[in-house]
Design a protein around this ligand. Sequence first.
Ligand code: GRF
Length: 191
Amino acid sequence: MLSIVVLISGSGSNLKALLEATENPLFGAKIVAVGSDNPADGLAHAERFGVPTFVVTPGAFNSREQWADVLLANIKHFKPDLVVLAGFMRILPPNFVRALSPNLINTHPSLLPAFPGAHAVRDALEARATTTGVTIHVVDEGVDTGPHIAQAEVQVQTDDNEHDLHERIKLVERELLVSTVKAIAAKTITL
Ligand code: GRF
């Protein structure tokens, strides 16, 4: 059974999809803890599933490195096989990435390498892209630059705004994240 720590920053709909998937014993993975950089709404999903949570707020530290060290210590406490960044909106410093990669994956709402960064959906609309999507990738020391594991396309509609397009991407993203984690657990994807 693959053990996973999920990190979130927001509503946690991707986390919720993973938690629901783990209810099927054939999924092959379990979520042992959920962490966040703020008291995120999405932590409630973990609590509902009886999964422990932790919050490590950057503002409580003098540097990003110190914050990341404490975040890492919290993660390591649960001895996960895999860490999933599911809407975790902080850049992680190299020491954190080196300690976990390649068993550290991220889901990003664009077809990388197009539109990296925190505003991928807005950037795709501003660039008048007709197709965007989602990428799941191994996290390396860059911003959304690590090796791709899986991608899925989403068509941009002419009347799309950022919210509507992001919601349609997230429908696809949740399915892709669940199927990718299942494949990692089954070792049909090797990181
Ligand atoms: C996802 O689209 C993720 O890729 C992006 O932020 C969104 C998080 O959504 N970085 P949620 O918190 O899982 O609902």
